[in-house]
Write a new protein. Structure first.
Length: 276
């Protein structure tokens, strides 16, 4: 096997697989961008960009998000409440549309650490401002069901995370929920729900694309790593979701904003040093 092809196929070992999965499980539902954390971690772990790495990072996001289906199984499997599914369908449409239209742009910027780090900082500033702004508003009632119009606008906010990698899909949809007068808990929970069809579509599309363009990636070692990473991300995410809901109700989002700024600036400083 040529060395270049071997490198293309074998790009992650089991330890790297597990570490990235833990990072994904912890950060997926927090408004701090799981994608940014994985992209930032890769060079420090010696993981080079490759078709398999890109596929792995998307598929384990979906595996982590499946924890939502387990935790909120009453909502997902209450087939009598068909409005729930219709609202999710309506909310996911903008992401599907813009994801297809902007695929070349997304592929071009997704691995650009300069862009991701900058968006991390700007997103952190926005999160702090928005958290302080909505603290002044009258708190909505948690048990009020989200309306179709609100669901659609939350879905539109999700598009921002597609256009600006590093923004965080969770942050974008939670901000969208708050702008639609949802409570912090309701906004976070609908963000979780919306992640399921969004990442299901993204995982399916990425798997199909990689299979068509790089079928050699689908070897047994990589498939085993996908399974291990998916399982680890799923278990860690189960804990992360419960923590996040409790934390947001008590503390809000400002701390996550400051964390984003610190990490983004640190990454920008590291990139400058690497370039110097």
């Amino acid at each position: 096997m040529p060395a270049s092809l071997f490198f293309l196929i074998h790009t992650m070992n089991t330890i790297q697989t597990i570490i990235i999965a833990i990072i994904e499980g912890i950060t997926e539902f927090l408004p701090i961008s799981s994608t940014a954390h994985m992209k930032f971690a890769n060079p420090f772990l010696g993981i080079a960009d490759s078709p398999f790495v890109d596929l792995y990072e998307i598929v384990i996001q979906f595996a982590a998000i499946l924890s939502v289906v387990v935790i909120y199984r009453k909502e997902f499997f209450n087939f009598k409440d068909y409005h729930f599914y219709l609202k999710l369908l309506l909310a996911v449409l903008p992401a599907l549309l813009f994801g297809a239209l902007l695929k070349k742009y997304i592929d071009a910027v997704l691995d650009n650490l300069w862009v991701i780090a900058t968006v991390m900082v700007l997103g952190g500033i926005a999160l702090i401002f928005i958290d302080r702004y909505f603290k002044k508003q009258v708190a909505p009632v948690d048990h009020e069901p989200i309306q179709f119009k609100q669901a659609f606008w939350v879905g539109c906010f999700q598009v921002l995370a597609i256009v600006f990698p590093g923004l965080s899909r969770s942050a974008a949809t939670i901000i969208g929920g708050l702008s639609q007068k949802l409570s912090k808990k309701a906004a976070a929970e609908f963000s979780f729900f919306l992640a399921v069809p969004t990442m299901l579509a993204a995982s399916a599309k990425s798997t199909l694309d990689v299979y068509q363009d790089h079928p050699e990636v689908f070897i047994s070692d990589n498939l085993i790593n996908l399974c291990i990473g998916g399982l680890v991300a799923f278990v860690v995410a189960l804990i992360s979701v419960k923590f996040f809901i409790q934390f947001v109700q008590k503390r809000g989002f400002s701390l996550f904003g400051w964390y984003r700024i610190a990490l983004g600036l640190s990454m920008l400083a590291w990139l400058f040093l690497q370039k110097a």
